[in-house]
Design a protein around this ligand. Structure first.
Ligand code: ZN
Length: 425
């Protein structure tokens, strides 16, 4: 096994037992909630409005007493109380950097040794001290470039702050500096590698890339395989946001992203606000232990599915299996949220189906869901199948719907998995 396969940034923490982990989370909450209450006016107001004393929050279950702070509301919050909406615990002068996202909304970076916490992600992905790493994320306004740089420097790598674009120059730098690591999007990595090939820079002759951490885009397994087989590069994914920093990262096993141990993550059903079970779709809600930006129940808007199965790498954190979209893509039907991913799940569960589309209509004050079922070649419509589809749809969406068998030509706007025809005037 080469050194790039196994390795931990903080093995003791990453391999905590379930009991140790629960204790660790309790310690985070018992420090962060009172600290935020004392220093961040918006956190104090949120708890006061909910009638919750910071001392009431001792365990992860106690967080349920506190309302969410939605990412979508940041702009309004910040406008009402510039620049950070009362969520920051220190003044702008006490920060290392301030970033600007479209909106504009502002994201603070504190003076802590690590504000964004990407170290574990890099070590798990195979980055090692001595790697020269080309960071192709943007360095202007957005935290993307600098947040990864912080973690790389901390684990002993050397960073080339390449930023986006300049493909040809990027390839020259890859070659001339013997760059061994890449950070950026998977699509730009492929663009670079194709350009390199065109310029005669290939593995064994000028190209020494060995590891890559990619994020911000889907990484299809076929593309990961190409990186590995054609270019000899070990590519791992990570997930984070400009508010929180690192949330999840793949280990060598590459079967889902381990949730960062240092933050408290809840995965909540968008309809009920209750924690979801493994395999169900839940929104990522973060409580962030930060002396600069101590967020309490910050709802990212990202939907994901997790597993609590043990991972062969030895890390004991739960893993996010995949990101399935944004909360704003969900449709509310009879008070329940329905997401396009659930329609895909339904299609996968029943091989008799080629495609499914949910059509939502409204009569009076009542929502109706019609399940348009396009059968796979060879499957025949029957009452039994109709019942099976209805039953499976109910398992997946918790809603009853009327099943209609359709031909392809009868699927209006068939690129949409959920067709909402309700009028709200
Ligand atoms: Zn693992």
């Amino acid at each position: 096994m080469s050194d790039r396969e196994r390795g931990f940034f903080d093995e003791e923490q990453e391999r905590m037992s379930a009991k140790e982990r629960a204790g660790f989370v309790r310690r985070i909450l018992r420090e962060t909630v009172p600290y935020a209450y004392e220093k961040a006016p918006a956190a104090r107001k949120k708890l006061d409005d909910a009638g919750v004393s910071p001392d009431d929050v001792k365990d992860i279950e106690d967080l349920a007493k506190i309302p969410l702070t939605r990412k979508a509301d940041l702009k309004t919050l910040q406008k009402a109380e510039p620049p950070f909406g009362g969520l920051a615990a220190v003044s702008p002068r006490g920060m290392r950097r301030i970033y600007v996202s479209p909106g504009p909304t502002f994201d603070p970076e504190g003076r802590e040794e690590t504000h964004w916490r990407w170290e574990k992600a890099f070590v798990a992905a195979g980055f090692r001290p001595g790697d020269i790493v080309q960071n192709t994320f943007m360095y202007h306004f957005t935290p993307a470039g600098l947040m990864f740089e912080e973690g790389l420097i901390r684990i002993g790598c050397t960073v080339v702050p390449a930023g986006v674009g300049n493909t040809e120059m990027q390839v020259q730098v890859l070659r001339d500096l013997g760059v061994s690591g890449y950070v950026g999007t998977p699509s730009f990595l492929m663009t670079l590698l194709e350009k390199a090939k065109e310029m005669g820079v290939v593995p064994g002759d000028g190209l020494r890339l060995q590891v890559a951490l990619v994020t911000a885009e889907m990484l299809p397994e076929s593309l990961r395989k190409r990186f590995r087989e054609e270019f000899g590069i070990q590519v791992r994914q990570a997930y984070g946001t400009a508010d929180v920093g690192s949330i999840g990262y793949e280990c060598f096993e590459a079967k889902g992203m381990h949730i960062n141990d240092e933050i408290v993550v809840e995965l909540l059903d968008p309809s009920t606000g209750k924690p979801v079970a493994p395999g169900e779709i839940g929104e990522v809600v973060v409580t962030l232990p930060s002396t600069t930006y101590p967020l309490i129940r910050f709802a990212t808007g990202d939907l994901t599915v997790y597993t609590n199965e043990p991972c062969p790498c030895g890390r004991t954190s739960n893993r996010l299996l995949r990101l399935v979209g944004r909360v704003d893509q969900v449709t509310k039907v009879k008070g329940m949220f329905v997401h396009p991913e659930q329609v895909s799940q339904l299609e996968k569960k029943l091989p008799e189906l080629a495609a499914v589309q949910l059509v939502i209509t409204r009569t009076g004050h009542e929502d109706h869901m019609t399940i348009r079922a396009l059968l796979a070649a060879g499957a025949l419509p029957s009452d039994a199948l109709r019942e099976k589809i209805g039953e499976t749809a109910r398992e997946v969406t918790r809603l009853r719907g009327e099943v209609v068998f359709v031909q392809e030509s009868e699927m209006a706007e068939k690129e949409k998995k959920i067709l909402d025809t309700r009028k709200w005037d």
